[in-house]
Design a protein around this ligand. Structure first.
Ligand code: SAM
Ligand code: SF4
Ligand code: SF4
Length: 357
């Protein structure tokens, strides 16, 4: 009798799919931003202005902040519901002690189809020179670093704690060395503060091979004194760069990509503009946010979060939390940026550092 050769199919961790929830506008729950702390060592003027976030500001006490174990449990539930991308953020995520320990836990999670998660982190870069190697070894795949100017005086004025730009540049270099690539760089452009840094930043990122994302200054929270006049619209940014380094539009990498992408006409690199104020993209927003104290926000401008820490600490079963999250997502109808108007201006909104940028 001929021997039957079994075909060896590599075993992958393909789990039976929990139904992937879609919200009222038929958007799936693809991305989760996890804020690991509401604290930060910077006081960026557009995010945590010093006058409000001074010495006596009451940040979350430690017992209210999710533990790594709790974050991992919730992340697994989100992944079961179809989440493919996890972004660690804050506050400043690198001020949370032993962050590589959390990365290690999250890197062990695979997507429902058995593929690797897109696991990334947004940081102000101040501690990256020290931590990039450990983060990469723990399984982080890439990083986004926020950098608002290459000009030291402008950068110090924007972070408002007199932090030198050189240290962030060293952090970015360390991330590249550690293989946390492709590296993205976020630059918030605020009228009157750093417009003159737009072209030098574009030139630098192109030369270094970093993907630069210009972000329109947003009306998150209430403490930054946002005014529409302070927003430099994406079109103006693209025009300023194109005048010296011609650009041509690129198609999106995937449906729902938030940045409008451009490449240099000579093929020497790409940049993006996140035009959440002048060209909102709520229709394709598949993003949820988990605050450091375990509240789920379905919109950056959501008026209130849904508490997940309570049920988690009360001993709720995995299935119960999964159903809770799915239900919250299915009731979602958020599209704040598309509706932004004088009428929405005074609605309560969470602060960016609290909900996770
Ligand atoms: N501390 C980290 C950092 O700065 O990268 C992560 C958290 S921060 C809240 C995430 C991103 O939000 C940063 O790129 C920051 O520039 C951006 N951001 C904060 N406030 C903003 C605002 N009012 N408008 C647009 N972007 C903002
Ligand atoms: Fe801190 Fe990031 Fe906010 Fe700046 S943008 S104050 S670095 S959380
Ligand atoms: Fe998404 Fe809300 Fe931003 Fe619209 S306003 S893109 S729904 S987070």
């Amino acid at each position: 009798m001929p021997r039957v050769m079994s075909t060896l199919i590599p075993l992958r961790d393909v789990r039976p799919a929990a139904a992937a929830p879609h919200d009222r506008l038929n958007r799936p729950l693809r991305d989760l931003r996890i804020s690991v702390t509401d604290r930060c060592n910077f006081r960026c003027v557009y995010c945590m202005p010093k006058e409000v976030f001074g010495r006596d500001f009451a940040f979350l006490p430690r017992e209210l902040v999710l533990t790594f174990e709790e974050i991992e449990r919730l992340a697994r539930i989100f992944v079961d519901l179809g989440t493919e991308k996890l972004r660690i953020t804050g506050g400043e995520p690198l001020v949370r002690r032993d962050l590589p320990g959390l990365i290690e836990r999250l890197a062990a999670i695979t997507r429902r189809d058995g593929e690797a998660l897109d696991l990334t982190l947004t940081t102000n870069g101040s501690a990256l020179a020290a931590l990039a190697g450990q983060l990469a070894a723990a399984g982080l795949r890439r990083v986004t670093v926020s950098l608002d100017s290459l000009d030291d005086a402008t950068f110090r004025a924007m972070n408002d704690v007199d932090f030198p730009v050189d240290k962030v540049l060293a952090g970015i270099a360390a991330a590249r060395e550690a293989g946390l690539t492709p590296i993205k760089v976020n630059m918030v452009v605020r009228r009157g503060l750093n417009e003159s840094s737009v072209v030098p930043m574009a030139r630098w990122a192109r030369d270094e091979g970093y993907i630069l994302r210009f972000i329109e200054y947003m009306d998150v929270g209430h403490t930054n004194g946002w005014r529409l006049d302070d927003v430099v619209p994406a079109a103006e940014i693209v025009e300023a760069i194109s005048a010296v380094m011609p650009l041509r539009p690129l198609p999106p990498n995937y449906a729902g990509e938030v940045a409008n992408r451009w490449s240099y006409a000579d093929g020497s690199g790409e940049l993006g503009v996140i035009a959440s104020v002048s060209q909102p993209f709520c229709g394709s927003c598949t993003r949820a946010r988990l605050s450091a104290d375990g509240r789920l926000y379905t919109c950056l401008f959501g008026t209130e979060g849904h508490d997940l820490r309570g049920p988690l600490r009360a001993g709720a079963a995995e299935d119960e939390i999964r159903e809770l999250v799915a239900g919250i997502w299915e009731r979602r109808g958020d599209r704040y940026s598309e509706l932004r108007s004088a009428a929405t201006e005074n609605l309560p909104r969470p602060e960016m550092f609290a909900v996770g940028g």
